[in-house]
Each structure stands twice: as C-alpha cells, then as structure tokens.
Design a protein. Structure first.
Length: 451
C-alpha cells in the first residue's frame, strides 16, 4: 500500500468520526425543532409570535452557514471541522427549511465523492448511539475545572414563558469544550475555563465581555463583532484568569505540601516513639502490658479533655458553661498526667514481678505493705472530703445542680488511681466487687484503713 493510500484512509477515518458526531447532533437538534413547532401551535398568539421570531432568526443563521456548500473553492480548503459543522447544521434544519434540505444532499454527495463516507449510514447510526451531549456532560462532571458549570441543567435549558426548553447554543458550547478536551486543544479549554470563571466570580464583568464578543441580532439579521476586537477581549480575559487563578493554585499547592510535611513529621515522631517503647519493653520484661494500659487510659482522658475544650470554644453546651467545661478539661488532663507520671514505679513493679533485679532493701512484689500502701492511696485519691470540696467550689460559682451531679458521676467513674487501673490487682470496672476473703499476701481493705 502506498503512502498516498494510507493518508487517504486516515483522512477518511477522521471524516467518518467527525461526521458521525455531526449527525448525532443534527438529529437531536431536528427533534428539538419539531417539538418547538408543536409547542408553538398550542400556545397563545403572542407566544406563537415570539417563538416564530426566534425560529426565523435561527433559520437565518443556519442559511448563512450553509451557503458555502455550493462553492467548490470552499470544499477544496475546508477542514474536517468545517465540514462537520455544515453537515450538523444541514441535518438539524433539513426537515424545516428547503435550503437546508438541499444543502444536506450536497454535503452527502461531496463527502462521499471526496472521502468515501456515506452520511446516510452515519445518520441512521446516530439515532441509536449514545449522544455526544451525554458524553460531554459526563466529561464535565468528572474532569471540568473549577467554576465550570456549562453542564448544569439550568445552563442547558432556557425559560420560555415559565417552561424550560433546551438551549441549543449552550449544548453546542459544552460539546465544543468536550471535543477540545479529546483533541488536546488547550487554547479552547483555557478560554472556556476563563469565561466560566468570569461568569461565576464577576457577573457584571462577564456581561461586558459578552457585549464585546457576542453576535448581535436585529430582525432576523445578524452581524458578528470585529474579529480583532473579539480576539483581544478573549486574550485579555484568559490573561486575567491566569493571573488570578495561578496564585490561588500556588497557595493551594503550598498548603498541600505543608500538610504533607507535617503528616510526615508526625509519622516520624510516632515511629520514633514506638521504637523507644519497644526498646523499653525489651529492657524491662513484663512492662509492655503496663505501659499499654496506662497509655490507653491517658489517651482516653486527653481525648475527653479535647472534647471539653472544643465545646467550651463553641460557647458551652446546654448543661455546662465554657468555664465549667474548661475546668473539666483541666481535671481530665491532670488525671492523664497521673497515669504518665506513674510510669517508673509501674515499670519497676513489672520488672520485679518477672524476676528482674532487686536489692535486699526493696520489698518483694507480694509484700503486704505494698498492697496496703496502694489501697491507702486509693482512699486518699477518692475521698469524700475531696468530693465535698469540689461540690462546694462548683456551687460557689453558681453551677446548676444537674451539672454538679453529672460531674460527680463522671468523677466517680474515673476515680481509680492510675497505679491501680493498669495492674491486675485493681479491676478496670467501676462496679464495686465483694471480697469473699483475703488471700495470702493481700493488704488491708478500705474498711480497715478508714478506721
């Protein structure tokens, strides 16, 4: 196969794809025209005149687009995009205008002779395939830039006497952007993104821009703005968009980078802390269980303190003022610190309990004096005097009784001292347990110590 044959096949394939898309759009627009015509018959005389005027204006624009099909020189120079636009317009209007019907026949003949593509076959397939508008809406939903809303329902329709009608021009604009995205046309996409950004952030400025670049209609006749002025206005808009959006993107990128660095640093600190804990556990057999229990209790108290602080910053809750919540947070953190400060003694007890090194002066792990001291500490930590003092202080501040009751209830639930909460001798549950008897080596109970 010669190079000329390969080029011809490639061009023919491109024409086939472009015309398939054009036929799909043409079929859709043709159905819309028929629906508008039926609606015009059912409307009032004034509404019918309004629709008729709009119909005539759009038909005039279509005729102007189709007048090139009779010029051989146009066919010699026309690009695939030019031919597709003409074929789409002819397909949309051929059932409503004899000029468009004749132009459709000319397009079919010329395309078949020049590229070997039968538009009739493509037209039949267009009614069965998924419409390009649907694909364009999917693209915009998933990939369109910020401020882009051409795929929104309210943008693809227009209100005519309280009724939403499809906006053909809006659909064409969306499909144009979709085609540009497929073709990698960055210039078209940048202009569309800039226009949508302007429309979303500066409606008044966008209206001025439209005046400079839009088509003017006058009694069915139309004229375009000066091409040089339009190009200058569009270039200025794109530059304005880039100057505004680029710093925002840079700031966003810097924030993301900073967040990533902070997360990485937090991960590094966590790993280092885990390594230290593992090393300490290896050096002190049996201490890891104690450390984990103590750390969990401290973490829970810190989390509760953070909740109190957050509620206080929000102005309090229905049952507590900000000052009361801050006091609760302070108490929770103090209890958490007790768990952390108790680490050396707990680790030493764990080491002794597993046969670790000890001296003659150190009491054994099962020494009754250790249990007695621990239980005495429990009484001091959870004494009635401390509770009564706390209640009096809260009453002096005017704290409601139900808040005081809730505070005391929470205080009771977390009254177990840290040293007891993480050992096997002190149950984690706050439900009192009945002692059926003292085992060998147990210390005195609370009743004995309180006498």
């Amino acid at each position: 196969m010669s190079d000329d044959d390969e080029v011809g096949q490639e061009v023919g394939q491109n024409v086939r794809i472009a015309l398939t898309i054009a036929m799909q759009m043409g079929e859709k627009f043709a159905r819309l025209r028929e629906e508008l015509a039926r609606d015009a018959q059912a409307r009032s005389a004034a509404q019918a005149r309004e629709l008729s005027a709009r119909f005539d204006a759009e038909r005039g624009a279509a005729r102007a687009t189709l007048q090139v099909v009779d010029r051989p020189d146009w066919w010699e120079k026309a690009s695939i995009q030019d031919i597709s636009k003409v074929a789409e317009t002819a397909q949309a209007w051929k059932n409503h205008d004899p000029i468009a019907e004749r132009a459709s026949a000319v397009v079919q003949r010329e395309v078949f002779e020049r590229y070997g593509v039968d538009t009739a076959v493509l037209r039949d397939a267009a009614g069965q395939a998924k419409s390009e508008l649907d694909r364009a809406r999917e693209w915009a939903t998933n990939s369109a830039p910020e401020h882009y809303h051409r795929h929104d329902d309210d943008r693809l329709t227009m209100d005519i006497r309280g009724r939403a009608e499809p906006d053909v021009n809006a659909e064409r604009a969306l499909i144009t952007d979709y085609r540009a995205a497929l073709a990698g046309d960055a210039g078209t996409l940048e202009l569309s993104a800039a226009e949508e950004w302007k429309r979303d952030t500066d409606p008044a400025g966008f209206q001025d821009y439209r005046v400079q670049t839009s088509i003017d209609w006058n009694d069915g006749e139309f004229r375009t703005a000066d091409p040089a002025a339009v190009a200058a206005a569009r270039a200025a808009l794109v530059e304005e968009w880039k100057d505004t959006v680029a710093p925002e993107r840079a700031r966003a990128g810097a924030e993301v980078t900073e967040a990533q660095l902070l997360i990485a640093e937090a991960d590094r600190l966590d790993r280092a802390n885990d390594a230290r804990n593992q090393e300490a556990a290896r050096e002190t057999p049996g201490a890891s269980d104690v450390d984990n229990g103590r750390a969990e209790m401290a973490a829970q108290l810190e989390a509760r303190a953070s909740d109190y602080d957050r509620d206080a910053a929000a102005g309090g809750t229905a049952n507590a003022t900000p000052d009361e919540l801050r006091e609760l947070a302070s108490d929770a953190r103090a209890q958490a610190q007790l768990f952390r400060d108790d680490a050396p003694a707990e680790r030493q007890e764990a080491a002794q309990g597993t046969g670790g090194p000890s001296t003659e002066s150190a009491p054994p792990a099962t020494d009754p004096r250790a249990s007695a001291s621990r239980e005495a500490g429990e009484i001091a930590y959870d004494s009635a005097e401390r509770r009564q003092s706390t209640i009096q202080a809260m009453e002096a501040k005017g704290v409601p009784p139900h808040v005081i009751e809730a505070r005391m209830s929470a205080d009771s639930a977390h009254a177990t001292p840290p040293s007891a909460a993480v050992t096997s001798k002190a149950p984690m549950s706050t439900v009192p347990q009945t002692r059926r008897g003292r085992g060998q080596g147990q210390g005195a109970d609370r009743a004995d110590l309180s006498r």
